[in-house]
Design a protein around this ligand. Structure first.
Ligand SMILES: [Zn+2]
Length: 124
């Protein structure tokens, strides 16, 4: 084997180690983030299991970056739902919600898994 090939292999090996270290740190951030999201979502009455699964899925499928993305989405969603009014996807009795436009109580449509305002004639 020519020496040049061995040299380039060594450089590649170091590069792979650095890449691996970056990926592992992203995975660690994703897992720590998933645990945080789970605890936070549970406190707020949001669907903690779904968010935990989403962050872990994003972390492993998106090499950590996906997990960070899901955590970002969760944080935005959390701000939109300060009372924890996200309907549970488990099929159990959803909490009451009110229309943001007219204030009328919304009807939960299980087929579409969405809230419907009969006064506005729109899904919320
Ligand atoms: Zn309405």
């Amino acid at each position: 084997m020519p020496l040049g090939a061995v040299g380039s292999f060594q450089i590649e090996f170091v590069e792979w180690l650095v890449l691996l270290a970056i990926l592992v740190s992203f995975l660690v951030i994703g897992i720590v983030g998933a645990v945080w999201v789970y605890g936070d979502a549970e406190r707020r009455g949001m669907d903690a299991g779904m968010w935990l699964a989403l962050v872990l899925m994003g972390t492993f499928l998106g090499f950590g970056l996906g997990g960070l993305l899901v955590i970002g989405v969760y944080r935005a969603e959390r701000l939109k739902q300060p009372g924890g009014t996200l309907p549970p996807p488990g099929g159990s009795e959803p909490r009451a919600r009110f229309c943001g436009a007219c204030g009328q109580p919304l009807a939960w449509i299980p087929e579409y898994r969405r809230w419907y305002c009969s006064k506005c004639g729109q899904y919320r």
